[in-house]
Design a binder for this molecule. Sequence first.
Ligand SMILES: [Fe+2]
Length: 137
Amino acid sequence: MIERLKSEHVMFESKFIQVENNLKRNDIKQAAQIIQGISDEIIQHAVEEEARLMRVIMYKAKEESSEPIKIMQEHNWVLNFLKNTMITVKKASTSSDPNVYEQAKEDLNEFVNNIRKHFEEEEQIVFPLTLRAEASN
Ligand SMILES: [Fe+2]
């Protein structure tokens, strides 16, 4: 399961690179579409991490659960971005107002940077702990 979650991170990362390339050439619309295209998969991925990884951690490594809990709580802003901010970003991506357009670009860049950091935390803290907890009795 961890291997699949990791490979999903790799797949998402390839999309984030496409998002960045589109932002660099100021194609906010295309950048937003790429995020929209993986939105459901990201949500599904997050739900699965919370349900399955945290189940193992709470059951077998509860004393080490405070950091993983904090990392899982970061899913709140991920979901908030995908469900709310994306609506604004999509509207802004076709706006002729340069300020609105720039804001959408910033929002997308920030999302990509933050979610990358989040994946890194999962891979460095949550995934290894889950594997250790699973291996213990
Ligand atoms: Fe996550």
